[in-house]
Design a protein around this ligand. Structure first.
Ligand SMILES: *Cc1c(COP(=O)(O)O)cnc(C)c1O
Length: 422
């Protein structure tokens, strides 16, 4: 069966972020339960990166299954322009109340990248509708906001996107505030803000995901937001990775004093069960689109906007987050990460050990080139697979961001496998 299924995969499937000519065979997963993936030979893997950071509660949660089934019996999918449905309304209301600050309007899309596109369009049109078009966006070096064109434009250049770069709009990038260069970052931010041309600032708050789980402080972030806000720029927080308990709080912005005008969430939103993205705005943003003039509306939408199945699962996922068990699991996993970071600091071969909530990241000291395409990455990846662990290192950065149901025992296996890599 294995060879047959892999042959058919090779014949018909084009996998994401994969050089199909040289990539090793994919794992044929036939079952997923809690933190464990099982392949067709019965071999088990600990899903320590939550299946690309989405599966926050663990696989096969009966609460999510029930929500999906019940919703299917009511409404599978309907158009979301000129029609609405109870779960779309419930989700909108709940996310506005769950977020800190004064968020009041929710726009639906399909995934993280589309949630970002919507946020960018909101910001550009916010200015356009008021007859003061501002066209410049500020982002952080190393940023990753998705793979559609707007999202690529505001991401780190010269990395994944070279064939497309000449189509991107202009973006001003601030140096990443790594703790050593704060004065320089603030100076540059003031310079950009003073131009008066900045439409918006977008950041991954506190942790840059794809750049290798790079972490920075809420103090610097607060200061950046203040600088740009003072000059009128609108602030977008991309909480697509950091949301849903990942940083130890429900959203990274809960560590901050200065809150954004627009927030994007996806990934853990449905517990990793259904694709869904939300772009959530304050009343100030929303009001700029109200007019007798139809052209001032946000003329954007997707066929699957507000899909009721996804909305129902997202609501059920929020129910899980409200349980004591879930809160305790997040605390427990965060505690284990802190504890392991301390233990790891006594071993040689690892540097820049860092933790934020349930994310632990560490760089392996390697003589050769680092970065996403470093060959050591493939060695580490295989090493973990051999130990029954599925994680996806970013270059020489190994990180764990597991589903919160992962057991202490499973975490210890991941820690042991990391220490074992020499
Ligand atoms: C994954 C990610 C995105 C893109 O989300 P997709 O669902 O993959 O399109 C955007 N921003 C951040 C911070 C992400 O981690």
């Amino acid at each position: 069966m294995s060879t047959d299924i892999l042959a058919r995969d090779k014949k018909y499937v084009w996998h994401p972020f994969t050089q199909m000519q040289t990539a090793p065979d994919p794992i044929v997963v036939v079952r997923a339960k809690d933190a464990i993936l099982t392949d067709e030979s019965g071999k088990e893997y600990i899903d320590v990166n939550s299946s690309w950071w989405v599966n926050v509660h663990g696989h096969g949660r009966p609460e999510l299954k029930k929500a999906l089934q019940e919703q299917f019996d009511e409404i599978d999918h309907i158009i979301f322009a000129g029609a609405t449905h109870p779960k779309g309304i419930e989700l909108s209301e709940r996310i506005c109340k769950l977020l800190p600050g004064n968020f009041s309007k929710v726009f639906f899309s399909d995934d993280g990248s589309t949630a970002i596109e919507v946020a960018l369009k909101m910001v550009f049109q916010f200015w356009h509708n008021q007859g003061q078009p501002k066209r410049r966006i500020v982002a952080l070096e190393g940023a990753y906001h998705g793979d559609t064109f707007g999202a690529m434009s505001i991401g780190q250049r010269g990395y994944f996107n070279e064939p497309f770069e000449h189509f991107f709009f202009d973006v001003d990038f601030l140096p990443f505030p790594d703790g050593t260069n704060t004065d320089e970052v603030i100076r540059r931010a003031n310079e950009l803000a003073d131009s008066g041309e900045i439409a918006g600032l977008i950041v991954e708050p506190l942790v840059q995901g794809s750049a290798g789980m790079r972490m920075y402080s809420e103090e610097v972030l607060d200061e950046l937001v203040r600088i740009f806000r003072k000059k009128g720029a609108k602030i977008i927080f991309d909480e697509i990775m950091t949301g849903w308990g990942r940083t130890g709080k429900m959203f990274a912005m809960e560590y901050c004093t200065e809150l954004p005008d627009i927030t994007c969430v996806s990934k853990g939103l449905t517990g990793g069960v259904m694709p869904l993205g939300l772009t959530i705005a304050t009343e100030e943003i929303y009001t700029a689109f109200l007019s007798e003039d139809k052209l001032k509306a946000l003329l954007h939408g997707h066929s699957y906007t507000g899909n009721p199945l996804a909305c129902a699962v997202a609501c059920a996922s929020m129910d899980i987050f409200e349980t004591d068990e879930s809160k305790e699991n997040i605390r427990r996993v965060a505690g284990k990460m802190d504890d392991f970071a301390n233990r790891l600091s006594r071993h040689s071969g690892f540097t820049n050990i860092r933790v934020r909530g349930t994310i632990l990241a560490v760089e392996l000291v390697v003589p050769e080139q680092t970065g996403y395409f470093a060959s050591v990455r493939d060695k580490i990846y295989q090493h973990f697979l051999d130990h029954g662990i599925l994680c996806r290192p970013l270059g020489n950065v190994v990180f764990f961001n597991p589903p919160y149901c992962i057991t202490d025992n499973q975490l210890e296996k991941c820690f042991a496998a990391l220490i074992d890599f020499q």
